[in-house]
Design a protein around this ligand. Structure first.
Ligand SMILES: [Zn+2]
Ligand SMILES: [Zn+2]
Ligand SMILES: [Zn+2]
Length: 349
């Protein structure tokens, strides 16, 4: 993540909506790819101006309605919602205030995920998208709402539609499931990075020349899904095999891809943050945006391994769990390198 600063020089963060030093409003311009400091111009049409560039913007509709989004639209746009919120197919019933809080957490993790995707130059909706439209559905089920007593919502992906169970935004629920499944890491950001990995498999691998090398590394993606998952959840969860980044990755070749994809994004985003905050750089250079795709993968991984060891040590000093409780073995390295090449060969979005 970029180390953003307000026009007044104060460090600001990707989620911020106002600078506490100069009181300017803040929003993320997903085209200029920066946090913009703004002053209101017109109350009537909600126009905001960046004094430095003179550019005018509006906040996304979800900022005005629920303070749920800080992304901007050019003032000339006919859209009401930003590029992130426009991907929503279903949002939960927002007449319940608990749902609003949970939904805001989901939107925040979703925007962070889309940040990485856009930063790598991947298209959200490519021209040849063969009916694979990226959409999100945030749904309740009987576990959080008695009105949906007979329903069971699984977090997952199907043909571009990413479904997330709203309960995942409840930290207590998420922790309980993490323990039940014996997982060492379960976060909202991790869910989004995993699920969007399925979408980019469809887009970048499924019907392309990458499909064959995919099969060599990950296995047959057409392997029966439901029996593979039933078998996985029926077995001992913690019997991790070193060929995979996580126990869940063993369940199916496409789950292996999605888990590995999530790790690729964890790595790229955290390396960028480390470079930006001058914690650690790739051979003296910050690993920024699409430029990391030109780097030899071995260099990225070497830096990442050193960084993740430090990150874990820092967390332990604070009495926290390891930030990156994973091991990159040779087979996992080969899969990550494959993803690095697939992303590197994709056109900019
Ligand atoms: Zn400021
Ligand atoms: Zn928005
Ligand atoms: Zn999956």
């Amino acid at each position: 993540m970029i180390d953003f600063h307000c026009q007044c020089g104060t460090r600001v963060f990707f989620r911020n909506t106002q600078c506490l030093t100069c009181q300017r409003l803040l929003g993320f311009d997903s085209v200029g790819f920066t946090m913009v400091s703004l002053r209101p111009v017109s109350e009537a049409n909600k126009t905001l101006r960046d004094d430095v560039t003179g550019k005018e913007f509006r906040y996304c509709g979800n900022y005005h309605d629920y303070n749920a989004c800080n992304w901007l639209l050019p003032v000339t746009s006919r859209e009401r919602f930003c590029v992130s919120c426009r991907l929503n197919k279903t949002v939960p019933d927002l007449s319940h205030s608990i749902n609003v809080q949970r939904w805001i957490s989901l939107e925040s993790a979703k925007r962070h995920t889309l940040y990485s995707i856009l930063r790598l130059g991947l298209a959200l909706t490519p021209a040849n998208n063969r009916n694979v439209k990226l959409e999100f559905a945030f749904l309740e089920d009987g576990r959080t709402n008695a009105e949906f007593a007979d329903t069971f919502v699984s977090t997952g992906h199907r043909s571009g539609l990413i479904t997330i169970n709203l309960a995942e935004a409840d930290a207590a629920y998420r922790e309980r499931v993490r323990e039940q499944l014996g997982e060492s890491y379960r976060t909202l950001l991790g869910h989004f990075r995993h699920e969007i990995g399925h979408y980019y498999y469809e887009l970048l691998v499924a019907s392309t020349a990458w499909r064959e090398p995919f099969e060599t590394l990950f296995g047959n993606p057409d392997e029966d899904y439901s029996s593979a998952l039933t078998q996985h959840y029926g077995s001992v969860q913690s019997n991790w095999v070193p060929d995979y980044i996580s126990a869940y990755a063993q369940s199916h070749p496409l789950e292996d891809w999605a888990e590995t994809w999530a790790h690729y994004l964890h790595m790229i985003d955290t390396l960028e943050t480390a470079g930006q905050f001058e914690v650690m750089q790739l051979k003296g250079e910050a690993a920024e945006g699409r430029s990391v795709l030109n780097k030899p993968f071995a260099e990225l991984v070497d830096t990442w391994l050193e960084l993740s060891v430090k990150l874990n040590a820092l967390n332990r000093s604070m009495g926290m769990r390891d930030a990156y409780p994973f091991v990159i073995t040779d087979p996992v390295y080969a899969k990550l390198d494959f993803i690095h090449r697939v992303v590197g060969s994709s056109g900019t979005g």
